[in-house]
Design a protein. Structure first.
Lengths: 323, 442
C-alpha cells in the first residue's frame, strides 16, 4: 500500500502507487459528477482556501468546484484584492490564513518554489500546488494521465496500456511547469517521453531527466507517437528572444492539419489549455475526436476531488472510494 | 593620549598574548607577544607580564596578523536596518578581521568625496579598520567615470561597481587607463547583464529541474575574458571579485602566467556549498555569483591551492529576514560571511594553516596596500614596532553556527546549524582587545 504525502507539491513526490491511487479514487468522483446532485459529504466541516497570486480562472474554478462537490467550505483569496498589495509578506499572509483555521491552501504563484516554502511555514495546513513558476503543476499532470487512461479503456486496463506508451511533449518546455510535472507523471507510469522543441525552448540542462529522447524534428516523431501533448507558447516567446516569430514556430512545431494527418489513427492529442489556435495547434485539429482538450477540463474536477480526498479526507483507510 | 581612532589609552591596555604560536608571512615560531601603545612591543619566547597588563591566553592557539576582508557590505549609509558600520565591524572583529574593504553600493553610493568622507568619519569608532572602496562610475550606473583621482586623494585604493559589473567594454577600457596613473585597483563583479538576465541561480541541472531562471556560467566568464583582454590592451591593473567558475579560474591562471596585472578573490560559499543547496527554494542560498556545481567548487579550491587565487573574501552581504522570506527569484542575493569565513577555510580547504592565513590576511592586505609596504598596518609580520592588529585562533575548537548569536544586524547565514572547526579566540585592533575569549568587548 502506498503512503500519500502530507502535501502535494511536485509530481516527483508521487510514485506509481500513489498515482494509481489518485486515478482510482478519481473514478468514483467522475461517477459522482454524473449524478443529478454531484455532491458528497467527504469534506464537510473542512475549509479550503485558494490562494492565487497569479491569474488563473480555469484552475481556480476547477479546484473550487472540486472542493464544493466535496462539501468543503471554500475561501477564495486573490492577490489583487489581498493584503499582499499592502506590503504584507507572503509568510505573514500564510500564517494569518493558518491562524484563521483553514485546513488546506491551494496555491498558484508565478515564482517557482512558493508552495514548497509555504509547506515549511505551516503547522497543520495541507498545501496543494496549483502551479508554481516554471516548476510544477501536479494536478494538471494527474488529469492528463487520467484522460489518457480513460481513452485507453479506463480502469486497470487503461493503466496497463500506459506501459511503453510513446508520448511526445511539444513546445515551450523550458518555461513550462506543466511539462515538468507531465514528464515525471508519464515516466512513473512506464511511458516513454520524447521532448520536441527548438533548443531555446528546452531546459538549459536535461541532466537526470527521465526522457527517452529529445528532438527538433516534430515530423519524424508524429507517425510513431501514441500521445501528442502540446504546450502553450506565450506570445512574448515569439518576439525574437527565443524564436524569431510565432509564424516560424508554427512552421516547425505547430500541430497543423497536414501534420495531424500523419498521426496514427488512435493517437491522442492533449493540451493543458488555454489553447492558442493557429500557433501550437490548428483550429481544425483542436476539434478532432482525437483531441481530448475538453475531457481534460472535465476530468480536472474529479482529479482535484481525489487529491483533496486523499490529502484531507478520511484517507486510504476509508474503503468507500477504493476499488 | 588620543590617536586618530578616537579611543582613549584606557581601552588600550598593555597586553600579553601568552603561550601561542606566532604565524605570519615570515613563518611560525613559539612566542609570547607584548602589545603596548597600540603597537607590538616585543615578540619573545617568554614575556613576563608587566604590572597591570591584560593577559590573553593563547595556549594551543595561533597568533596571526588580523584578517583583511577585501569584500564587505556594511550597508551604512542607506540600509542601516540590515547592518551598520558598528555591527558589521563587530562581526568582523569576532571573525578575526582587523580590516575590511567597504563596498560602495550603499545609498547613496560611494561615488563622491562627500560620500566617502562620510563613511570614513562614521568608521572612526569602529572595531576594525574600514578601507572605503569607491565606485568606478557615477551612481554605479556604468555610464560615466566617478571622480577617481579625487577619491584616491582621500585614501581610496580600490574602485568597483560591485553588485553589478561595468557593462560597457569601452567605458571599462577608459577606467583602466585612467586608474593607471592613480595607483589604484579596479575590481570587477563579473556578470554580463545580457546573459545573466533575471537569473536567480546557476543555470544548469538544478535550475532546469527547479524551474528557477538561471544565469549561465558564461555570464561571469565573458566579462573575465573581456577584462583580461582590456588589462592586456591598457597595461591596466584589475582585480576579479568573487570568481566562481572553473573557466574563470583557468583564465586568471593563464593571465598571470602571461604576466598581466590581474588578481582574484573567491568567497567561502563558493568553496563550501554547491548549487544543490537551492533544492529547497530557500533564498538564504541565493547569492551572486550563484552557487555552482561541484566541479566548479573543486576548481575554486584548486585555484586557492596553486596560487591562482590571491585572497579569500567574504562578500558579507546582510539582508533583512523579511527579504529572505520572499520567493526565491524575488529575494535579494547575498549571504553573511565575516564570522564564518576563517572556520570554513580551515575546515573545507585542504591547506596548511599558514596558507589559509596568507589568503585571509597578508595577501589581501598587500593587494590593496593596507600592509606595511603599502604604508598601512595590516597583515604585516608580527614584529616589534608593527601596528598591533592581531587575531588569536584556536584551530581545533569546534562551534555551531547560530544565526541569532551572530553580531550582524541580519541573520542570513547559509550555515545555520553547521558544526565548524576553527574559532577566533581574541582579536586585537590597534592595540585594543576588541574580542576576548570569542566575546566582543564593545
Amino acid at each position: 500500500m502506498s503512503t500519500f504525502p502530507t502535501h502535494l507539491l511536485s509530481m516527483e513526490d508521487l510514485g506509481p502507487g500513489e498515482i494509481t491511487e489518485v486515478l482510482r479514487v478519481a473514478d468514483s468522483f467522475v461517477e459522482v459528477g454524473r449524478r443529478a446532485n454531484p455532491k458528497v459529504p467527504a469534506l464537510r466541516g473542512r475549509t479550503v482556501a485558494t490562494l492565487f497570486f497569479e491569474d488563473s480562472t480555469r484552475t481556480r474554478m476547477s479546484f473550487e468546484t472540486a472542493a464544493k462537490r466535496m462539501s468543503a467550505d471554500v475561501l477564495s483569496f486573490a492577490s489583487g484584492s489581498s493584503s499582499l498589495k499592502k506590503g504584507e509578506s507572503l509568510r505573514d499572509t500564510v500564517e494569518t490564513i493558518e491562524a484563521i483555521g483553514i485546513d488546506s491552501v491551494i496555491i498558484r504563484h508565478s515564482s517557482s518554489g512558493v508552495p514548497t516554502r509555504v509547506a515549511e511555514w505551516v503547522d497543520h495546513c495541507v498545501v496543494i500546488n496549483a502551479g508554481d513558476g516554471w516548476h510544477q503543476h501536479p494536478t494538471q499532470a494527474l488529469l492528463d494521465l487520467y484522460t489518457v487512461r480513460q481513452a485507453l479503456g479506463g480502469g486497470d486496463e487503461g493503466l496497463a496500456r500506459m506501459e511503453g506508451l510513446r508520448v511526445a511533449i511539444v513546445g515551450d518546455i523550458r518555461h513550462s511547469r506543466v511539462a515538468r510535472s507531465q514528464i515525471a507523471a508519464y515516466t512513473a507510469m512506464g511511458a516513454e517521453v520524447t521532448l520536441v522543441a527548438p533548443s531555446t525552448l528546452l531546459p538549459p540542462s536535461l541532466e537526470g531527466w527521465p526522457v527517452a529522447s529529445v528532438t527538433h524534428d516534430l515530423d519524424a516523431v508524429l507517425p510513431k507517437a501514441d500521445v501528442v501533448s502540446l504546450l502553450r507558447v506565450q506570445s512574448e516567446r515569439g518576439s525574437g528572444a527565443f524564436v524569431p516569430t510565432l509564424r516560424e514556430y508554427t512552421a516547425g512545431y505547430g500541430l497543423t492539419a497536414r501534420r495531424a494527418a500523419v498521426l496514427q489513427p488512435d493517437a491522442l492529442i492533449l493540451h493543458p489549455g488555454p489553447i492558442v489556435r493557429g500557433v501550437e495547434i490548428a483550429s481544425d485539429v483542436a476539434e478532432l475526436p482525437a483531441a481530448l482538450i475538453t475531457d481534460q477540463v472535465s476530468n480536472g474536477v474529479a482529479i482535484r476531488m481525489a487529491v483533496l480526498f486523499l490529502l484531507l479526507g478520511q484517507g486510504p483507510a476509508d474503503g468507500a472510494h477504493r476499488d | 593620549m588620543t590617536e586618530r581612532t578616537g579611543r582613549s589609552a584606557a581601552s588600550r591596555p598593555t597586553l600579553v598574548i601568552r603561550g601561542g604560536t606566532v604565524s605570519d608571512s615570515t613563518g611560525d615560531r613559539r612566542a609570547d607577544v607584548l602589545v603596548a601603545d597600540g603597537k607590538v612591543a616585543s615578540v619573545q619566547e617568554r614575556i613576563e607580564s608587566p604590572r597591570g597588563a591584560v593577559v590573553l591566553e593563547a595556549e594551543g592557539c595561533i597568533v596571526a596578523p588580523g584578517l583583511v576582508d577585501l569584500h564587505t557590505h556594511l550597508r551604512e549609509p542607506g540600509r542601516e536596518e540590515t547592518e551598520t558600520i558598528e555591527t558589521g565591524t563587530r562581526a568582523a572583529a569576532l571573525g578575526g578581521y582587523t580590516a575590511v574593504v567597504a563596498m560602495p553600493n550603499t545609498d547613496p553610493p560611494l561615488d563622491s568625496a562627500e560620500a566617502v568622507r562620510n563613511v570614513q568619519e562614521l568608521s572612526r569608532p569602529a572595531t576594525a579598520e574600514v578601507a572605503v572602496a569607491g565606485a568606478i562610475t557615477v551612481g554605479r550606473l556604468g555610464e560615466r567615470l566617478a571622480p577617481m583621482a579625487e577619491l584616491a586623494g582621500l585614501g581610496v585604493r580600490l574602485f568597483t561597481d560591485d553588485g553589478a559589473g561595468v557593462q560597457s567594454a569601452g567605458l571599462m577600457r577608459r577606467a583602466l587607463e585612467y586608474a593607471r596613473g592613480l595607483g589604484v585597483i579596479l575590481a570587477q563583479h563579473c556578470e554580463d547583464g545580457s546573459l545573466a538576465c533575471d537569473g536567480a541561480m546557476h543555470e544548469g541541472a538544478w535550475s532546469s529541474r527547479l524551474g528557477i531562471p538561471g544565469m549561465p556560467a558564461a555570464a561571469e566568464e565573458v566579462m573575465v575574458a573581456r577584462d583580461i583582454t582590456l588589462a592586456r590592451a591598457t597595461a591596466g591593473r584589475i582585480h576579479f571579485l568573487h570568481l566562481s567558475t572553473a573557466v574563470s579560474i583557468e583564465m586568471v591562471r593563464r593571465a598571470k602566467a602571461e604576466g598581466l596585472a590581474v588578481t582574484a578573490e573567491v568567497a567561502p560559499h563558493h568553496f563550501s556549498l554547491t548549487e544543490a543547496a537551492t533544492a529547497g527554494f530557500d533564498p538564504l542560498f541565493r547569492v551572486n555569483p550563484p552557487l555552482r556545481p561541484a566541479s566548479d567548487v573543486e576548481a575554486v579550491k584548486l585555484g586557492l591551492a596553486d596560487g591562482t587565487v590571491d585572497a579569500i573574501a567574504t562578500d558579507h552581504a546582510p539582508h533583512a529576514p523579511e527579504s529572505k522570506d520572499l520567493p526565491f527569484d524575488q529575494a535579494p542575493p547575498g549571504m553573511l560571511g565575516l564570522q564564518t569565513a576563517l572556520a570554513l577555510a580551515v575546515g573545507e580547504l585542504d591547506l596548511p594553516l599558514p596558507r589559509v592565513l596568507a589568503l585571509l590576511s597578508w595577501q589581501p592586505a598587500a593587494l590593496v596596500g593596507l600592509d606595511p609596504t603599502g604604508g598601512g598596518g595590516q597583515g604585516g609580520p608580527i614584529v616589534a614596532g608593527a601596528q598591533a592588529n592581531l587575531c588569536v585562533i584556536d584551530p581545533m575548537a569546534t562551534w555551531t553556527v547560530d544565526p541569532s548569536a551572530l553580531a550582524s544586524r541580519s541573520r542570513n547565514t547559509p550555515y545555520a546549524g553547521r558544526r565548524l572547526t576553527g574559532q577566533v579566540r581574541h582579536t586585537v585592533f590597534r592595540g585594543e582587545p576588541v574580542v576576548i575569549d570569542a566575546e566582543a568587548q564593545r
